[in-house]
Design a protein around this ligand. Sequence first.
Ligand code: MN
Length: 227
Amino acid sequence: MQNYIIPSPPVVCIPTIDDRHFPVRRVYCIGRNYPAHASEMGHDPNREEPFFFQKNPDNLSPDGLFPYPAHSKEVHHEVELLVALQKGGSNIAPEDAMDCVWGYAVCLDMTLRDLQSQLKHSSRPWEVSKAFEKSAPVGLLVNRREVGDCHEGDIKLEVNGTVRQSGNLSQMIWKIPEIISHLSRFYDIIGGDVILTGTPSGVDSVSVGDSIRGSITGLSDLKVKIV
Ligand code: MN
């Protein structure tokens, strides 16, 4: 027993489809990884160097509720494939990267778009618009052995039964092994790290009372209520 000054904070976990718990260390996110989404945000859809940001592990929220933040008037949904890593390393070659993958889940990268735009314009970090409380609703994790490699498959988001985002995982500009390889040049990746792999086009605002359903072929649907 360590002699902690205060009680140790709880380990953040993502529940799995077979009722186990995946402990999370870090949450990495890649930006603009689908050409149509890069275009809708006013950027070049061609392949340029990937860029990353992070959310906090305890921003992951498996309880199906998203409290609308009081300090934003434009909250956007971004449906994304979450990749959970069972091991890592540094300078991982793309051909070795898939060995690091434990499994996959549907996740939302909720974004305070009004704040993000202001912060971008003033050349300030946009962390508060991305890494806020409960900003990453997450579905149940499925092991790679069950679902395969998720290099392709439909990715979709509905709000109150209407399709808002619809794409295919094969449209990713940077593929899963390339993302892992790139990240491992900047960070020492370890098992417990998870990656949000970007969103297809169709990002838009949500309102209190909305019901969101995120789905990816082969994975458990993610249902979230905006409260
Ligand atoms: Mn995103």
